[in-house]
Write a protein that binds this ligand. Structure first.
Ligand SMILES: Cc1cc2nc3c(=O)[nH]c(=O)nc-3n(C[C@H](O)[C@H](O)[C@H](O)COP(=O)(O)O)c2cc1C
Length: 179
């Protein structure tokens, strides 16, 4: 199973810690969404997408990256022709239909509820989501009045152990889904 982890982690590097643990368990390649090439996704069986939560959704760099992937079942040239516009990233678009994906995040609240926007976007692009992971992350923005922020030290060793367990379960789910 060839796995890619695409992430954005800009506030305190919280999500990067989770991404590294998951990538380690999955023996995955890891890339920042802002550096990632949409065309590269085609070479992977499973892709993990994660970032901190910003105003109740994943970070815009990650959402923009997913938005640049071509939806399932569409022919590239046909799609571009039907749009009738100059697409600056046209040569980078690749179909991603049927690929398996998982979603992760860190946030003040630590809830998968905040995955809704990315989940819907990935579904629209034809990904099958086989797992989601969320945990709390150090946050000095949402509650700025609290000195030092909230969730200091998060994600902690327990969160990272859960992230590793999640990644191991993902392998089993992938084996069943791919069978
Ligand atoms: C501008 C901004 C907006 C945020 N919005 C939310 C939010 O809507 N809900 C939430 O639970 N946490 C929110 N947070 C907290 C971050 O999601 C949290 O600190 C996360 O762990 C940051 O991840 P990162 O260090 O990987 O970027 C926000 C943080 C910032 C800086």
């Amino acid at each position: 199973m060839k796995t890619l982890v695409v992430y954005t982690s800009v506030h305190h590097g919280n999500t990067k810690k989770v991404a590294e643990v998951m990538a380690g368990e999955l023996e995955a390649d890891m890339v920042r969404a802002s550096d990632a090439d949409p065309a590269a996704v085609g070479g992977y069986d499973l892709i993990g997408f994660g970032s901190g939560i910003y105003h109740n959704r994943h970070h815009q760099n990650l959402l923009r990256f997913v938005d640049r992937l071509l939806p399932v079942g569409r022919d590239l040239q046909e799609t571009i022709a039907s749009m009738g516009v100059d697409l600056p990233f046209a040569d980078q678009l690749r179909p991603v239909g049927g690929k398996l994906a998982f979603i992760f995040s860190t946030s003040g609240r630590g809830m998968v509820k905040d995955h809704a926007v990315l989940r819907d976007l990935l579904a629209m692009k034809g990904f099958r989501i086989i797992g989601e992971f969320a945990c709390k992350g150090w946050d000095t923005y949402t509650v700025r009045e609290v000195v030092g922020g909230i969730n200091q030290g998060k994600p902690d060793a327990g969160d990272l152990a859960r992230a590793a367990g999640f990644a191991r379960d993902i392998v089993k789910t992938w084996q069943k889904a791919a069978a």
